[in-house]
Design a protein around this ligand. Structure first.
Ligand SMILES: *Cc1c(COP(=O)(O)O)cnc(C)c1O
Length: 336
């Protein structure tokens, strides 16, 4: 595996910090918890999509694109980071957004990521929940072409074998830091949605024979569906980097116990995790992804899944702009 064979632009702040969470570890009285701050990738408030976009945007430029398009929910962090990358490269950006949450209030529809998308100069196309978003994006791409533009379509979450390279690279970065800091990780936990993050990490760690099991805490799908989707992208990504067949099905593990009522719907555990990390560590999580993943980590520790003396790594994937989109909910929960 030689990642330098793949075209890449450089706009992420890397390496992201790798830190120990002493107060959280003490509070939970179990294993030592570490955090990899992929919320600090720097581009337009950062997050995990920036690593993927370094490869996706390089591909867009190689194909002669002058416009990028992508899809997501109204509060998509991926859409915001794509808009920022496009601005930085002087490309036009169209965001095809799904009103995936039915009873959204004004904060959700106008604050947080969507406010930033507009500030970053993206063109927004909003569709009702249940729309076939791939079709909608193809339609917008046609409009761009008819107007004389050269569109490059990025799938939801930037999750294809090109975008996943960003997280194969994350695995290389992580192992270099682990060596530097002299820490051996026993388990890695992060939020999984469109699957590119988990697929890239798993391909990278398995390619290195790192021996670190990965658990993706789902934010939308049931375990079996999520694992199937991640495994499909693992196979395509492994093939892309020259590791065809190198990853066993058993290396792909999702846990859907912390989704609650659905995508983007708050849960008591998520709200408690947000409060705990804010007050114990001064770290802000997000309500849709990292808050639910941290709820999962805390619950798994409390259930005794990990032993004292083990090192458990949480990957903070970003998403904090959505805190402002959940203002009414958070306001009620802050002092409960
Ligand atoms: C997109 C996103 C994820 C999930 O990553 P995928 O690669 O889509 O699985 C996790 N956390 C945040 C904050 C995100 O924006």
């Amino acid at each position: 595996m030689q990642l330098s064979r793949f075209p890449r632009l450089r706009f992420a702040h890397l390496p992201t910090p790798l830190e120990r969470l002493d107060r959280l570890s003490r509070l939970l009285d179990g294993p030592t918890i570490w955090i990899k701050r992929d919320d600090c990738t720097g581009l337009g408030l950062g997050g995990n999509k920036t690593r993927k976009l370094e490869y996706l945007m390089a591909d867009a430029l190689a194909q002669g694109a002058d416009t990028v398009l992508t899809v997501g929910a109204v509060q998509s962090n991926h859409a915001r980071q794509t808009a920022a990358a496009a601005a930085r490269l002087g490309l036009a950006c169209h965001l095809v957004l799904e009103a995936r949450i039915g009873d959204a209030d004004q904060a959700y529809t106008q604050n947080g990521n969507i406010l930033l998308d507009r500030l970053l100069g993206a063109r927004l196309h909003e569709y009702p929940s249940g729309t076939d978003m791939a079709d909608a994006m193809a339609e917008v791409a046609d409009q761009v072409r008819r107007a004389g533009g050269r569109p490059y379509a990025i799938p939801g979450g930037g999750s294809n074998p090109v975008g996943a390279l960003g997280y194969v690279n994350f695995a290389l970065e992580l192992m270099a830091q682990a060596t530097e800091q002299g820490v051996a990780f026993d388990h890695l936990i992060h939020a999984t949605g469109s699957s590119g993050t988990q697929a890239g990490i798993v391909v990278g760690l398995e390619g290195l024979r790192a021996g670190i099991p990965v658990t993706g805490i789902t934010v939308r799908r049931e375990r079996a569906d999520q694992e199937e989707q991640v495994m499909a992208l693992v196979e395509a990504t492994a093939d892309h980097v020259g590791l065809k067949g190198a990853v066993a099905r058993s290396a792909v593990v999702a846990n859907s116990d912390y989704v609650g009522p659905g995508y983007g719907k708050p849960t008591p555990g998520m709200l408690a995790a947000l409060r705990t990390l804010a007050r114990e560590e001064g770290i802000l999580l997000d309500p849709v992804y990292s808050g639910k993943a941290m709820d999962g980590l805390i619950d798994l520790v409390r259930r005794g899944t990990f032993r004292r003396g083990q090192n458990i790594l949480f990957v903070h994937t970003g998403g904090q702009p959505a805190l402002f989109a959940y203002q009414p909910t958070l306001d009620r929960a802050i002092n409960e």
